[in-house]
Design a protein around this ligand. Sequence first.
Ligand code: FE2
Length: 371
Amino acid sequence: MSKDILHNAKILLIDDDEAILQVIKYYFDKEGCKVSTATDGVMGLEIYSRMEPDIIITDLCIPELNGTGLLFAIKKISPETPVIIVSGVADKKDIIEVMRLGAADFIEKPILDMEFLKDSVRKNLSLRQRLREGRLHQKELEIEVDRRTAELIKRVSEIEILNEALKRELLEHELAVTELEVMRDGVIKSIATIGEQRDPYTAGHQLKVSKLGIAIARELKLSEDQIECIRIAGLLHDIGKISIPAEILNRPGALKKSEMNLIKDHSLDGYNILKRITFPWPVAELVYQHHERLDGSGYPRQLKGDEILMESRILSLADVVDAIASHRPYREALGEDFALKEIENKKDIYFDPVATDACIKIFKNGFNLQH
Ligand SMILES: [Fe+2]
Protein backbone atom coordinates (compact mmCIF):
# COMPACT_ATOMS: atom_id res chain seq x y z
CA MET A 1 0.00 0.00 0.00
CA SER A 2 1.43 3.39 -0.94
CA LYS A 3 2.26 5.86 1.79
CA ASP A 4 -0.19 8.76 2.38
CA ILE A 5 1.21 11.89 0.76
CA LEU A 6 0.55 13.75 4.04
CA HIS A 7 3.18 11.66 5.82
CA ASN A 8 6.25 13.86 6.46
CA ALA A 9 4.70 16.68 4.44
CA LYS A 10 5.97 20.09 5.61
CA ILE A 11 3.02 22.40 6.25
CA LEU A 12 3.09 26.05 7.21
CA LEU A 13 -0.05 27.24 9.01
CA ILE A 14 -0.71 30.98 9.38
CA ASP A 15 -3.62 32.34 11.44
CA ASP A 16 -3.83 35.11 14.03
CA ASP A 17 -6.22 32.94 16.06
CA GLU A 18 -3.96 30.69 18.14
CA ALA A 19 -6.81 28.29 18.99
CA ILE A 20 -7.61 27.63 15.32
CA LEU A 21 -3.89 27.17 14.63
CA GLN A 22 -3.60 24.49 17.29
CA VAL A 23 -6.72 22.63 16.17
CA ILE A 24 -5.54 22.43 12.57
CA LYS A 25 -1.99 21.58 13.65
CA TYR A 26 -3.37 18.76 15.81
CA TYR A 27 -5.15 17.12 12.90
CA PHE A 28 -2.16 17.31 10.58
CA ASP A 29 0.31 16.21 13.28
CA LYS A 30 -1.82 13.08 13.60
CA GLU A 31 -1.21 12.35 9.91
CA GLY A 32 2.59 12.51 10.43
CA CYS A 33 3.01 16.01 8.94
CA LYS A 34 5.73 18.42 10.06
CA VAL A 35 3.69 21.49 10.91
CA SER A 36 5.04 24.98 11.64
CA THR A 37 2.85 27.87 12.64
CA ALA A 38 2.86 31.65 12.36
CA THR A 39 0.43 34.25 13.64
CA ASP A 40 1.04 37.01 11.10
CA GLY A 41 2.10 37.40 7.48
CA VAL A 42 5.65 38.63 8.07
CA MET A 43 6.36 35.78 10.51
CA GLY A 44 4.84 33.44 7.98
CA LEU A 45 7.28 34.62 5.30
CA GLU A 46 10.23 34.27 7.69
CA ILE A 47 9.30 30.71 8.56
CA TYR A 48 8.66 30.00 4.91
CA SER A 49 12.20 30.96 3.97
CA ARG A 50 13.62 28.79 6.78
CA MET A 51 11.57 25.62 6.32
CA GLU A 52 10.56 25.82 2.64
CA PRO A 53 7.22 24.08 3.28
CA ASP A 54 5.55 21.78 0.78
CA ILE A 55 2.24 23.62 1.28
CA ILE A 56 0.89 26.71 3.04
CA ILE A 57 -2.50 27.12 4.71
CA THR A 58 -3.24 30.74 5.58
CA ASP A 59 -6.03 32.94 6.85
CA LEU A 60 -6.83 36.03 4.80
CA CYS A 61 -7.20 38.47 7.70
CA ILE A 62 -3.83 38.32 9.42
CA PRO A 63 -1.71 41.17 10.83
CA GLU A 64 1.41 42.76 9.30
CA LEU A 65 0.91 41.28 5.87
CA ASN A 66 -2.54 40.00 5.00
CA GLY A 67 -3.24 36.68 3.26
CA THR A 68 -3.49 38.25 -0.19
CA GLY A 69 -0.09 39.98 0.21
CA LEU A 70 1.47 36.79 1.57
CA LEU A 71 0.06 34.80 -1.35
CA PHE A 72 1.45 37.34 -3.79
CA ALA A 73 4.90 37.18 -2.16
CA ILE A 74 4.98 33.37 -2.04
CA LYS A 75 3.96 33.03 -5.68
CA LYS A 76 6.78 35.39 -6.62
CA ILE A 77 9.33 33.25 -4.74
CA SER A 78 7.98 29.78 -5.49
CA PRO A 79 5.10 29.56 -7.97
CA GLU A 80 4.74 25.82 -7.49
CA THR A 81 4.17 25.94 -3.68
CA PRO A 82 0.41 25.51 -3.15
CA VAL A 83 -1.24 28.12 -0.92
CA ILE A 84 -4.67 27.22 0.51
CA ILE A 85 -6.68 30.20 1.71
CA VAL A 86 -8.90 29.68 4.76
CA SER A 87 -11.24 32.60 5.58
CA GLY A 88 -14.53 33.35 7.20
CA VAL A 89 -14.94 36.97 6.17
CA ALA A 90 -14.16 36.94 2.51
CA ASP A 91 -16.73 37.95 -0.06
CA LYS A 92 -16.95 36.76 -3.65
CA LYS A 93 -14.58 39.52 -4.86
CA ASP A 94 -11.86 38.39 -2.41
CA ILE A 95 -12.24 34.79 -3.51
CA ILE A 96 -11.86 35.76 -7.19
CA GLU A 97 -8.83 37.93 -6.33
CA VAL A 98 -6.93 35.18 -4.45
CA MET A 99 -7.73 32.57 -7.09
CA ARG A 100 -6.46 34.98 -9.74
CA LEU A 101 -3.24 35.38 -7.74
CA GLY A 102 -2.75 31.62 -7.86
CA ALA A 103 -4.32 30.28 -4.62
CA ALA A 104 -4.60 26.51 -4.71
CA ASP A 105 -7.99 26.43 -2.93
CA PHE A 106 -10.37 28.52 -0.89
CA ILE A 107 -11.98 27.01 2.19
CA GLU A 108 -14.53 28.81 4.33
CA LYS A 109 -14.24 29.18 8.08
CA PRO A 110 -15.31 27.73 10.36
CA ILE A 111 -13.99 24.45 9.06
CA LEU A 112 -16.74 22.08 9.94
CA ASP A 113 -15.15 18.99 8.45
CA MET A 114 -11.37 18.72 8.81
CA GLU A 115 -11.32 15.91 6.24
CA PHE A 116 -12.35 18.48 3.65
CA LEU A 117 -9.16 20.50 4.36
CA LYS A 118 -7.04 17.34 4.45
CA ASP A 119 -8.39 16.27 1.06
CA SER A 120 -7.55 19.67 -0.38
CA VAL A 121 -4.01 19.47 1.06
CA ARG A 122 -3.59 15.91 -0.32
CA LYS A 123 -4.90 16.92 -3.75
CA ASN A 124 -2.60 19.97 -3.95
CA LEU A 125 0.49 18.12 -2.65
CA SER A 126 -0.10 15.41 -5.22
CA LEU A 127 -0.49 18.03 -7.97
CA ARG A 128 2.74 19.73 -6.82
CA GLN A 129 4.56 16.38 -6.84
CA ARG A 130 3.38 15.59 -10.37
CA LEU A 131 4.43 19.05 -11.49
CA ARG A 132 7.88 18.59 -9.94
CA GLU A 133 8.28 15.12 -11.46
CA GLY A 134 7.24 16.52 -14.82
CA ARG A 135 9.78 19.33 -14.49
CA LEU A 136 12.45 16.89 -13.34
CA HIS A 137 11.75 14.66 -16.32
CA GLN A 138 11.83 17.66 -18.60
CA LYS A 139 15.12 18.76 -17.01
CA GLU A 140 16.56 15.27 -17.54
CA LEU A 141 15.44 15.37 -21.16
CA GLU A 142 17.04 18.79 -21.61
CA ILE A 143 20.31 17.53 -20.08
CA GLU A 144 20.22 14.48 -22.38
CA VAL A 145 19.51 16.66 -25.43
CA ASP A 146 22.38 18.99 -24.40
CA ARG A 147 24.70 15.99 -23.92
CA ARG A 148 23.81 14.53 -27.31
CA THR A 149 24.12 17.92 -29.00
CA ALA A 150 27.57 18.40 -27.45
CA GLU A 151 28.55 14.88 -28.56
CA LEU A 152 27.30 15.60 -32.07
CA ILE A 153 29.18 18.91 -32.24
CA LYS A 154 32.31 17.10 -31.05
CA ARG A 155 31.86 14.38 -33.71
CA VAL A 156 31.22 16.98 -36.44
CA SER A 157 34.33 18.87 -35.40
CA GLU A 158 36.36 15.62 -35.34
CA ILE A 159 35.06 14.78 -38.84
CA GLU A 160 35.95 18.31 -40.03
CA ILE A 161 39.50 17.94 -38.62
CA LEU A 162 39.79 14.53 -40.29
CA ASN A 163 38.47 15.95 -43.57
CA GLU A 164 40.98 18.79 -43.43
CA ALA A 165 43.82 16.32 -42.79
CA LEU A 166 42.61 14.14 -45.68
CA LYS A 167 42.35 17.18 -47.97
CA ARG A 168 45.91 18.18 -47.04
CA GLU A 169 47.17 14.64 -47.66
CA LEU A 170 45.31 14.50 -50.97
CA LEU A 171 46.78 17.84 -52.00
CA GLU A 172 50.29 16.72 -51.02
CA HIS A 173 49.74 13.47 -52.92
CA GLU A 174 48.46 15.35 -55.98
CA LEU A 175 51.45 17.69 -55.81
CA ALA A 176 53.81 14.71 -55.56
CA VAL A 177 52.05 13.03 -58.51
CA THR A 178 52.20 16.27 -60.52
CA GLU A 179 55.91 16.65 -59.73
CA LEU A 180 56.52 13.06 -60.83
CA GLU A 181 54.51 13.60 -64.02
CA VAL A 182 56.43 16.78 -64.81
CA MET A 183 59.69 14.91 -64.14
CA ARG A 184 58.61 11.95 -66.30
CA ASP A 185 57.60 14.28 -69.12
CA GLY A 186 60.98 16.01 -68.90
CA VAL A 187 62.76 12.64 -69.11
CA ILE A 188 60.60 11.56 -72.07
CA LYS A 189 61.31 14.79 -73.95
CA SER A 190 65.02 14.50 -73.16
CA ILE A 191 65.17 10.93 -74.50
CA ALA A 192 63.23 11.97 -77.60
CA THR A 193 65.62 14.89 -78.18
CA ILE A 194 68.69 12.61 -77.90
CA GLY A 195 67.30 10.45 -80.74
CA GLU A 196 66.35 13.40 -82.92
CA GLN A 197 69.74 15.12 -82.56
CA ARG A 198 71.29 12.19 -84.41
CA ASP A 199 68.66 12.41 -87.12
CA PRO A 200 67.97 16.10 -87.91
CA TYR A 201 65.69 15.25 -90.85
CA THR A 202 63.18 13.71 -88.50
CA ALA A 203 63.57 16.43 -85.85
CA GLY A 204 60.10 17.30 -84.56
CA HIS A 205 58.65 14.20 -86.24
CA GLN A 206 57.95 12.40 -82.97
CA LEU A 207 56.21 15.46 -81.49
CA LYS A 208 54.00 15.81 -84.59
CA VAL A 209 53.17 12.06 -84.55
CA SER A 210 52.27 12.38 -80.89
CA LYS A 211 49.96 15.35 -81.56
CA LEU A 212 48.27 13.74 -84.56
CA GLY A 213 47.88 10.44 -82.65
CA ILE A 214 46.19 12.29 -79.78
CA ALA A 215 43.84 14.10 -82.19
CA ILE A 216 42.80 10.82 -83.89
CA ALA A 217 42.33 9.13 -80.50
CA ARG A 218 40.16 12.01 -79.28
CA GLU A 219 38.08 11.87 -82.47
CA LEU A 220 37.54 8.15 -81.78
CA LYS A 221 36.67 8.95 -78.15
CA LEU A 222 39.35 6.67 -76.69
CA SER A 223 39.88 6.77 -72.92
CA GLU A 224 42.23 9.31 -71.31
CA ASP A 225 44.59 6.42 -70.42
CA GLN A 226 44.78 5.29 -74.06
CA ILE A 227 45.33 8.88 -75.20
CA GLU A 228 48.17 9.36 -72.67
CA CYS A 229 49.75 6.11 -73.86
CA ILE A 230 49.60 7.31 -77.49
CA ARG A 231 51.04 10.70 -76.48
CA ILE A 232 54.11 9.17 -74.81
CA ALA A 233 54.62 6.40 -77.37
CA GLY A 234 54.37 9.04 -80.13
CA LEU A 235 57.14 11.10 -78.50
CA LEU A 236 59.42 8.05 -78.21
CA HIS A 237 58.40 5.77 -81.09
CA ASP A 238 61.67 6.15 -83.06
CA ILE A 239 64.01 6.04 -80.05
CA GLY A 240 65.34 2.68 -81.36
CA LYS A 241 67.01 4.59 -84.21
CA ILE A 242 69.69 5.51 -81.69
CA SER A 243 71.34 2.16 -82.55
CA ILE A 244 71.52 3.02 -86.30
CA PRO A 245 74.72 4.68 -87.54
CA ALA A 246 74.13 8.38 -88.31
CA GLU A 247 75.51 8.07 -91.88
CA ILE A 248 72.79 5.57 -92.78
CA LEU A 249 70.07 7.69 -91.18
CA ASN A 250 71.10 10.90 -92.87
CA ARG A 251 72.25 9.56 -96.26
CA PRO A 252 70.23 10.84 -99.20
CA GLY A 253 69.22 8.30 -101.81
CA ALA A 254 68.28 4.62 -101.71
CA LEU A 255 69.57 2.29 -99.01
CA LYS A 256 70.91 -1.24 -99.41
CA LYS A 257 68.77 -4.13 -98.19
CA SER A 258 71.15 -4.76 -95.24
CA GLU A 259 70.88 -1.08 -94.30
CA MET A 260 67.09 -1.22 -94.57
CA ASN A 261 67.10 -4.25 -92.26
CA LEU A 262 69.19 -2.29 -89.78
CA ILE A 263 66.63 0.50 -89.88
CA LYS A 264 63.80 -1.97 -89.40
CA ASP A 265 65.41 -3.11 -86.15
CA HIS A 266 64.51 0.23 -84.56
CA SER A 267 61.05 -1.05 -83.50
CA LEU A 268 62.55 -3.88 -81.46
CA ASP A 269 65.43 -1.71 -80.23
CA GLY A 270 62.93 0.93 -79.09
CA TYR A 271 60.90 -1.75 -77.34
CA ASN A 272 63.99 -3.06 -75.55
CA ILE A 273 64.92 0.44 -74.38
CA LEU A 274 61.45 1.33 -73.14
CA LYS A 275 60.35 -1.99 -71.62
CA ARG A 276 62.61 -1.26 -68.64
CA ILE A 277 60.62 1.87 -67.81
CA THR A 278 57.53 1.15 -65.73
CA PHE A 279 54.68 3.04 -67.36
CA PRO A 280 51.06 2.43 -66.34
CA TRP A 281 50.36 1.94 -70.08
CA PRO A 282 51.81 -0.37 -72.78
CA VAL A 283 54.12 2.32 -74.20
CA ALA A 284 56.93 -0.13 -75.12
CA GLU A 285 54.46 -2.45 -76.90
CA LEU A 286 53.06 0.43 -78.97
CA VAL A 287 56.59 1.34 -80.08
CA TYR A 288 57.22 -2.33 -80.92
CA GLN A 289 54.08 -2.41 -83.11
CA HIS A 290 54.28 0.99 -84.83
CA HIS A 291 55.39 -0.43 -88.20
CA GLU A 292 52.97 -3.38 -88.23
CA ARG A 293 50.25 -3.33 -90.92
CA LEU A 294 46.69 -4.75 -90.84
CA ASP A 295 47.40 -7.28 -93.64
CA GLY A 296 50.55 -8.64 -91.89
CA SER A 297 52.96 -6.95 -94.31
CA GLY A 298 54.55 -4.80 -91.59
CA TYR A 299 57.51 -5.47 -89.30
CA PRO A 300 59.11 -6.78 -87.14
CA ARG A 301 56.55 -9.50 -86.21
CA GLN A 302 54.14 -9.31 -89.17
CA LEU A 303 51.18 -8.94 -86.79
CA LYS A 304 47.71 -8.87 -88.38
CA GLY A 305 44.33 -7.22 -87.66
CA ASP A 306 43.34 -7.45 -84.01
CA GLU A 307 46.83 -8.64 -83.03
CA ILE A 308 47.77 -4.97 -83.36
CA LEU A 309 46.60 -2.74 -80.52
CA MET A 310 44.14 -0.01 -81.51
CA GLU A 311 46.56 2.57 -80.03
CA SER A 312 49.34 1.15 -82.28
CA ARG A 313 47.11 1.34 -85.36
CA ILE A 314 46.53 5.03 -84.61
CA LEU A 315 50.24 5.59 -83.95
CA SER A 316 51.30 3.90 -87.23
CA LEU A 317 48.77 5.99 -89.16
CA ALA A 318 50.05 9.24 -87.59
CA ASP A 319 53.63 8.13 -88.26
CA VAL A 320 52.98 7.48 -91.95
CA VAL A 321 51.01 10.71 -92.51
CA ASP A 322 53.80 12.86 -91.04
CA ALA A 323 56.57 10.87 -92.76
CA ILE A 324 54.95 11.27 -96.21
CA ALA A 325 54.01 14.90 -95.68
CA SER A 326 57.46 15.95 -94.46
CA HIS A 327 60.91 16.32 -96.01
CA ARG A 328 63.22 13.28 -95.98
CA PRO A 329 66.94 12.93 -96.90
CA TYR A 330 66.01 10.97 -100.00
CA ARG A 331 63.04 13.13 -101.18
CA GLU A 332 61.20 16.44 -100.84
CA ALA A 333 58.12 16.83 -98.66
CA LEU A 334 55.05 15.40 -100.41
CA GLY A 335 52.45 17.37 -98.38
CA GLU A 336 49.45 16.54 -96.26
CA ASP A 337 46.97 16.04 -99.13
CA PHE A 338 49.24 13.43 -100.74
CA ALA A 339 49.71 11.72 -97.37
CA LEU A 340 45.94 11.57 -96.79
CA LYS A 341 45.38 10.11 -100.28
CA GLU A 342 47.98 7.45 -99.52
CA ILE A 343 46.31 6.32 -96.30
CA GLU A 344 42.89 6.40 -98.01
CA ASN A 345 44.31 4.07 -100.72
CA LYS A 346 45.75 1.73 -98.10
CA LYS A 347 42.71 1.84 -95.84
CA ASP A 348 41.70 -1.67 -94.71
CA ILE A 349 44.95 -3.04 -96.23
CA TYR A 350 47.62 -1.37 -94.11
CA PHE A 351 45.59 0.92 -91.94
CA ASP A 352 42.62 0.62 -89.62
CA PRO A 353 39.59 1.94 -91.57
CA VAL A 354 37.96 3.68 -88.61
CA ALA A 355 41.20 5.37 -87.57
CA THR A 356 41.88 6.34 -91.22
CA ASP A 357 38.45 7.98 -91.59
CA ALA A 358 38.96 9.80 -88.28
CA CYS A 359 42.39 11.03 -89.44
CA ILE A 360 41.04 12.35 -92.77
CA LYS A 361 38.12 13.99 -90.94
CA ILE A 362 40.29 15.92 -88.47
CA PHE A 363 42.47 17.24 -91.33
CA LYS A 364 39.30 18.34 -93.15
CA ASN A 365 38.27 20.10 -89.93
CA GLY A 366 41.50 22.12 -89.88
CA PHE A 367 44.12 19.96 -88.14
CA ASN A 368 47.59 21.08 -89.10
CA LEU A 369 50.80 19.10 -88.55
CA GLN A 370 52.91 22.25 -88.28
CA HIS A 371 51.01 23.78 -85.31
FE1 FE2 B 1 59.50 4.35 -86.95
